[in-house]
Design a protein around this ligand. Sequence first.
Ligand SMILES: NC(=O)c1ccc[n+]([C@@H]2O[C@H](COP(=O)([O-])OP(=O)(O)OC[C@H]3O[C@@H](n4cnc5c(N)ncnc54)[C@H](O)[C@@H]3O)[C@@H](O)[C@H]2O)c1
Length: 440
Amino acid sequence: MNIAVVGSGYVGLVTGVCLAHIGHDVICVDIDEAKIKTLKQAKVPIYEPGLEDLLKKYLKNKRLRFTTSIKEATKESTAIFIAVGTPSKKNGEADLTYVENVAREIAVTMDSYKLIIEKSTVPADTGRRIERTIRLNLKNKIKQEKKGDREFDVASNPEFLREGSAVHDFMNPDRVVIGVESKKAEKILREIYKPLKPKMVVTNIKSAELIKHASNSFLATKISFINAIAQICDHIGGDVLKVAEGMGYDKRIGRAFLNAGVGYGGSCFPKDVDAFIRLSEKSGYNFRLLKEVRNVNEEQKSSFIRLIEDKLWIVKNKVIGVLGLAFKADTDDMRNAPSIDIIQALQAEGAKIRAYDPQAVNNAKKVLEDIIYCKDPYELAKDCDCLLILTEWDEFKDIDFTKIKKSMKQDIIFDGRNLYSDNRLGDIGFEYHGIGRGQV
Ligand SMILES: NC(=O)c1ccc[n+]([C@@H]2O[C@H](COP(=O)([O-])OP(=O)(O)OC[C@H]3O[C@@H](n4cnc5c(N)ncnc54)[C@H](O)[C@@H]3O)[C@@H](O)[C@H]2O)c1
């Protein structure tokens, strides 16, 4: 099928490349000319394992193309995915300006039936608004094949991929959710995903939109729940890792997303939780539970900062080494990374920050100032008063801490991801502080 994907960021690019991989002819669009130029040269502007190889392959055999022109992409495609950003407004609501712009641009070009699919995460009711926007901006007469056929359809197809394993997640979805209002739209979406043989959840547009918000909010709730348990563990002397293990074997609960740490971040959970709270408020429901999820998440960062202040005593002029800046492992994404708030709070008290991250340094430079970036953990540790672990990169597990210890000024480690839970750092003489490890 001829498919357009508008927005070539983390979601749009993965979607476009993977749709080409399963046999479709795909044209990806972005307004960012530099990004499109890079992509045309078969270079991936983000860090996402496995993506560049597929990009090269499908660019070469021309199943995948890139353009800055929505007009060109609309003309050539039957299905058009909208995968642009939906950032937060100041009041927490989702800013749908980019979605509206794209809907308008598609409308003025359409001259035959198109299925317009929301892939971006949007509040319930956006589908109806997209439909209205398109209808108001239609410039060309669209021929209907049969009496009663629609000129176009809007559908919802939320994305559940995780950065860092996005290609794998797209190719092996737990489920594909489609929200449709016509048989034709359902047929097209089923055909698009047929090669993946996924479990399909077919519903109306509003329910599909709600599934995405409800899923992300539930996962954020699990994280805040285990972080609240971690606080109790620290106070009364339990080990959150064992609590999570003991809970996780229960199939009704599951172990995933029960990792205590410095809180969730990234481009999705914080903004989607905010947007869901606002949507609920507007609909007349006060989503107190979700507000508390957000509070617990913020509190998790401040209690980590308090712990550092307590153990270092005077933070001013102390040298703090930060291992990991990205909001999670296997990505270079710094959006809403907990490292930002933690580093800025410590800098405000006069700490000197050194940092190392395997992938996120370029993006970190755009949001953090006055940091000495180091080429590896060993250079980082030099003369540090303490180290903070803020991202759970796999490569950090193999660090030679005996070597690290020799170059540090003081031997204190604050492990914000419980990466070294086996007390090996304590065994070699570090003062080790994990999250929710009580008296372990
Ligand atoms: N990143 C994730 O892990 C993830 C997962 C699931 C869902 N989502 C959702 O998917 C959506 C996109 O997220 P992302 O992380 O890919 O964002 P992103 O910022 O990485 O990419 C968005 C892209 O859209 C482009 N764009 C903006 N306006 C445009 C226009 N008028 N025409 C063409 N391109 C335009 C931008 O230049 C940018 O490249 C968001 O709603 C997000 O919540 C993200």
